[in-house]
Design a protein around this ligand. Structure first.
Ligand code: UDP
Ligand code: MG
Length: 139
């Protein structure tokens, strides 16, 4: 089943000059980039995006980090894109991530882990709508 997922290159990835490398890994893995933009999230926008984690002890630090600089948001399309992109990213904590994953290769810790990916079809629809309007999603 062709599926769409939301990918984000987080502020650490943009600051460290990893946008090209991450997009190359994504394209080499067979994902089609069907929408993309660079934006800087306000604290309120970062908090809204990660509202599911608002009770967690890491929430404040996460919001601070995600609003600390520009991010690149992209919609990826592929067969089983959601699960396959989660696999390409690797585990949240890079020390736990499998060899060959983006986080294993590039992330520095369990917060600054360079990429985000949606975790279910419901989340993907919500997260894509957070960053892109209907006009931007006509491809
Ligand atoms: N995070 C953090 N501390 C933690 C766990 C997560 O700062 O102990 C951050 C990290 O950037 C992670 C994000 O919060 O990517 C969302 O956490 P989640 O468990 O949803 O991980 P993901 O889906 O990104 O792998
Ligand atoms: Mg998550």
């Amino acid at each position: 089943m062709q599926q769409k997922t939301l990918a984000i290159i987080k502020p650490d990835g943009v600051k460290r000059g990893l946008v090209g490398e991450i997009l190359t890994r994504i394209e080499k893995e067979g994902f089609r980039i069907v929408a993309m933009k660079m934006v800087r999230l306000s604290r309120a926008q970062a908090a809204a995006f990660y509202a599911v984690h608002k009770e967690k002890d890491f929430f404040e630090g996460l919001v601070e980090f995600m609003s600390s600089g520009p991010v690149v948001a992209a919609v990826l399309e592929a067969q089983d894109a959601i699960t396959r992109y989660r696999a390409l990213m690797g585990a949240t904590d890079p020390e736990m991530a499998e060899a060959g994953t983006i986080r294993k290769a590039l992330a520095t810790d369990g917060r600054k882990n360079v990429v985000h990916g949606s975790d279910s079809p419901e989340t993907a629809a919500k997260e894509i709508g957070f960053f892109f309007n209907a006009f931007e999603l006509t491809i």
